[in-house]
Design a protein. Structure first.
Length: 153
């Protein structure tokens, strides 16, 4: 009976490390959602722009949740919400808050370099894509329903 070469097991172990080193296993839910959407919308020639768009999308969803918390806090505390008559002023505030929210998302999630080299298992990719879709629907439904209810009060 022939014995296996002593370097064979080490070679297979190193090969497994190389193959699985690109697959990040322990992502939190936000990183998983960002990675799944990035992989879905990635373009090879400008991957950084796809990553920027993905993080900006989650920055927008985060801005909606912050806006909702502000509206509910002002309702509970009885503070009147300021009425902005000039739409350009409102758009400026919205754009600045969106940029700030996107920057915060960018700083606390995967970097552009990590996103460019990420590979997910198919079940992780599907789970992340479904989570991001459900999170988007939940955000839109809760945001619209809350603002409509608060508008009637």
């Amino acid at each position: 009976m022939q014995k296996a070469a002593p370097g064979g097991a080490a070679f297979l172990f190193c090969l497994a490390l190389v193959i699985f080193s690109r697959m990040i296993k322990d992502l939190n839910k936000l990183d998983l959602m960002i990675a799944a959407l990035y992989l879905y919308y990635r373009r090879r020639y400008d991957h950084w722009f796809s990553a920027f768009q993905t993080k900006n999308f989650f920055g927008l969803l985060g801005l909606f949740w912050l806006w909702l918390k502000f509206e509910w806090a002002s309702f509970i505390l009885g503070v009147p919400v300021p009425n902005i008559d000039d739409p350009m002023y409102f758009l400026g505030i919205f754009a600045i808050a969106w940029a700030l929210s996107g920057f915060i998302i960018h700083k606390f999630t995967l970097s552009f370099q990590e996103l460019s080299t990420i590979d997910l298992y198919p079940e992780e990719y599907t789970r992340g894509y479904k989570l991001s879709f459900y999170f988007m629907i939940l955000t839109l439904v809760v945001f619209c329903a809350s603002l409509m209810w608060l508008d009637k009060q």
